[in-house]
Design a protein around this ligand. Structure first.
Ligand code: UDP
Length: 494
């Protein structure tokens, strides 16, 4: 039953773990602030989302799912695949986006018949149709930006200045992002796909996103002000006041229990993982995980594996299922890599319980692909990072970690792995030496390493403070809810 005056948000996530995981956390946070949440999704994803939320739903938070199926056949998708990480290539990812667009009519029918109408549509920044729906029903739309203000500003100044156009395509020339603090330098080869002239389809889509974004009522950002204050200020100069940093969202989980499952299947149970971590010395373990969708070539993964081995330190290596898994698993088996390293290594095939791993005191360094969720989870865990960006805004995140926050060391990747989009592109090979050196720098006991660890721990404290009552993120959440309430009042009066 709908409580009188209780706000009702329609939340529409995108179907990729890096997007829906924080969106669900956001839904939970809204519900904890007294908002009723209806999440729009598909049946298979509803099951996945349910297991992320299970305990919360049971404990009575006002969250429900609105499930709409689409036809796999119509969109040429494999049976049961409703999330990007289930799919083998970009073409199918596009098909999935289309399948998701087919939800629009159904959602609009639902709103049509709903009295009172939802007070707000909160949709992933990558979805265009919720903009049209919101406009049709005159409902304020907030976009959830799975990134951070630093990324927004990098994209903004690149877009406005077009500075990259005067720079060659080779990976030897770099340029400074004009007008931003910290003198951020990048190479053309490190920019997101939308700046690549060969990928016109992507830049056109991006342009549509920009227009759609500019029409939204506001933006929710999974970050906290103290982490990137200068960039939050800059972003608010561009966007106005309706930018709400409400993160880190992952901190809404006190722990990652056995039942709670954020992702896909794993070869190692959480208890076994914990037992292994418990047996390691504090701050000694390197945790290497490259997110949920990155498609790293087996030859490249071998370089990483060899560096982890040669570090002579304990490590956890997550071997993601999906992209050419057979090849890398075959190498692991043929080389008896697991046997060779079994005294000090834990290989997780499939999906790692990342929050649980990162928050364990045994972890001393996080080798990450710099996806924003992982990066922020690393910040929350207070661990220094070895940064190995793959594509999209991950190169920005690397700059934020290495140069602005100074809690990370880069492996020195120069180039986006374009083969994610352009299959025949030969990617850059980062050699095992480069991984080895970066790992050593992060783990070393000298002053530099110590300072880095100290800064990382300070950030962890700041992150936890931000979400407490009275903290910046907590205040921003209240501010957001008030803004929607006011909007409602204004609309009633007009
Ligand atoms: N994740 C996880 N276990 C894995 C791989 C990923 O828990 O084995 C989670 C990770 O904690 C993060 C999300 O999946 O919350 C990945 O998002 P991110 O933005 O880091 O990268 P993406 O997968 O979008 O590239």
């Amino acid at each position: 039953a709908l409580e009188q005056n209780q706000l009702h948000f329609l939340v529409i996530p995108m179907a990729a773990p890096g997007h829906y995981i924080p969106t669900i956390d956001l839904a939970k946070l809204l519900a904890q602030h007294g908002v009723r949440v209806t999440m729009v999704t598909t049946p298979v994803n509803a099951l996945r989302f349910g297991s992320i939320l299970d305990q919360e739903i049971q404990s009575g938070l006002p969250i429900c799912f609105l499930e709409f199926p689409f036809s796999y056949k119509e969109f040429g998708l494999p049976e049961g695949c409703e999330s990007v990480d289930d799919l083998p290539n970009m073409e199918m990812t596009r098909a999935l986006m289309q399948a998701y667009s087919s939800l629009q009519t159904k959602v609009e029918q639902y709103i049509e018949n709903l009295v009172p109408r939802p007070n707000c549509i909160l949709a992933d920044t990558f979805l265009l149709w919720p903009g049209e729906t919101a406009k049709k029903f005159k409902i304020p739309r907030i976009i959830f930006d799975g990134m951070n203000c630093f990324t927004q500003m990098c994209n903004h100044v690149l877009h406005v200045s077009k500075v990259y156009e005067s720079v060659g395509e080779s990976d030897s020339e770099s340029f400074v992002l004009p007008g931003l603090p910290d003198c951020i330098e990048l190479k053309r080869t490190q920019l997101p796909f939308s700046f690549d002239p060969r990928l016109k389809g992507i830049s056109d889509f991006n342009e549509k996103l920009r227009v759609s974004e500019s029409k939204a009522y506001g933006v929710v950002v999974n970050s906290f002000e103290e982490l990137e204050q200068k960039y939050v200020d800059e972003y608010q100069k561009v966007k106005g006041d309706n930018v709400w940093c409400i993160g880190p969202l992952s901190l809404c989980h006190k722990y990652e229990s056995e039942k709670f499952q954020r992702g896909n299947k794993s070869s190692v149970g959480k208890n076994d993982c914990l037992k292994w971590l418990d047996s390691q010395e504090n701050g000694s373990v390197i945790y290497a995980c490259l997110g949920s969708v990155s498609r790293v070539e087996p030859t490249q993964l071998i370089e990483l594996a060899l560096a982890l081995e040669s570090s002579k330190r304990p490590f956890i290596w997550v071997v993601r299922a999906g992209h050419k898994t057979e090849n890398i698993e075959k190498w692991i088996e043929e080389q008896e890599f697991e046997k060779r390293t079994k005294d000090r290594a834990l290989l997780i095939h499939g999906w790692a319980p990342q929050l649980l791993v990162l928050s364990h005191p045994a972890i001393g360094g996080f080798l990450t692909h710099c996806g924003w969720n992982s990066t922020l989870e690393g910040v929350c865990a207070g661990v220094p990072m070895v940064t190995w960006p793959q594509f999209q805004e991950q190169f920005y995140n690397e700059k934020l970690v290495v140069q602005v926050l100074r809690t990370g060391v880069s492996v020195g990747a120069q180039k986006t792995s374009a083969f994610w989009l352009v299959e025949d592109e030969s990617g850059e090979l980062v050699r095992s030496d480069a991984f080895h050196n970066a790992i050593e720098m992060v783990m070393e006991e000298g002053k530099e390493g110590e300072d880095r660890r100290k800064r990382a721990k300070e950030l962890r404290k700041m992150a936890n403070k931000a979400i407490e009552e009275g903290g910046s993120s907590h205040r921003n959440m209240t501010r957001l809810i008030e803004a929607i309430k006011n909007q409602e009042r204004t609309m009633k009066l007009s």
